[in-house]
Write a protein that binds this ligand. Structure first.
Ligand code: FPP
Length: 266
């Protein structure tokens, strides 16, 4: 059993963390955090374990970070769980990754419901195996009445794919005469993306030292604050998330404009 191969780790919830959490809640919290969960394979390799052991441990991190983000008061947590490019991986690894939503929901759906978490998914669900689709659909349905943290899994998601689909829908409407070319605005494009019902991410986190976007939310991240860490995803924990949030709170978000105090002439 894979879980037996893995060392049981205690949750790091110290009084220091509680204090940091309370302080963070006074300041401007990021409402939407998106995470590129990277480094599962290296985590496993460092321990001479198969890559899938890293994904299993990564799933435990998803549970831990979901619970903590909800507790802190984050409104939306988007997690990049499987990209449209990840199909290129060996079949054994892809099959395992496709089993994880089932394993995760099978084990943790009751606690997600209890924590008032709403599960959502973005990506091309049609191309997922039936068992993966079923697990996700069930979780989305069973949590649809919750109004706590939105836990949005990006599964078989690719930003270019998303943009292509949105352009096709818009062109179709123009051809039908429902809208004209002049109606194409930022808002219209946003309303045809898979994130149409979500706010744009305030903070993007990528773990494992890689500094790239890997086809993730290219449109939505236009004004997002980025935070990179060398920590591998299975090692990412509550204090790491607090580091990212505290860094975000020190940023000066200007959206291309100026802060009131920096305007020289009015
Ligand atoms: C990238 O790390 C990670 C993935 C492609 C999979 C991420 C999936 C999880 C963390 C689990 C998801 C859980 C649920 C519930 C769906 P990598 O394998 O590319 O790492 P490496 O760069 O070190 O090889």
């Amino acid at each position: 059993m894979l879980s037996k191969l893995l060392r049981k780790r205690q949750p790091v919830v110290t009084s220091d963390l509680t204090k940091r959490k309370e302080l963070a809640q006074i300041e401007q919290l990021p409402s939407h955090i998106a995470i590129i969960m990277d480094g599962n394979g290296r985590w496993a390799k460092n321990r001479s374990l198969p890559r899938i052991a890293g994904h299993y441990e990564g799933m435990q991190t998803v549970r831990k970070i979901t619970r903590f983000a909800n507790d802190v008061g984050i409104e939306t947590l988007t997690l990049y769980a499987f990209s449209t490019e990840n199909w290129k991986r060996p079949k054994k690894e892809v099959d395992y990754l496709m089993r994880l939503p089932e394993e995760f929901m099978g084990t943790y759906l009751p606690e997600l419901i209890e924590q008032n978490v709403q599960v959502q998914m973005m990506g091309n669900i049609d191309l997922l195996p039936d068992h993966t689709k079923r697990a996700i659909t069930k979780a989305v349905e069973k949590t649809s009445h919750n109004d706590g943290l939105i836990l949005n899994f990006a599964l078989n998601y690719g930003s270019r794919d998303e943009i292509i689909q949105s352009v096709q829908q818009i062109v179709n409407k123009v051809q039908l005469g429902t809208i004209s070319c002049d109606d194409i605005t930022e808002e219209l494009i946003s309303s045809h993306l898979m994130t149409k019902d979500l706010t744009e991410p305030d903070l993007l986190i990528r773990t494992s030292g890689e500094i790239r976007l890997s086809n993730f939310m290219l449109w939505q991240l236009a004004y997002t604050e980025f935070w990179f860490t060398d920590t591998l995803w299975p090692d990412f924990d509550e204090p790491c998330l607090m580091d990212a949030i505290e860094s975000y709170q020190k940023r000066n978000r200007k959206y291309g404009g100026l802060k009131e105090e920096d305007v020289e002439e009015k």
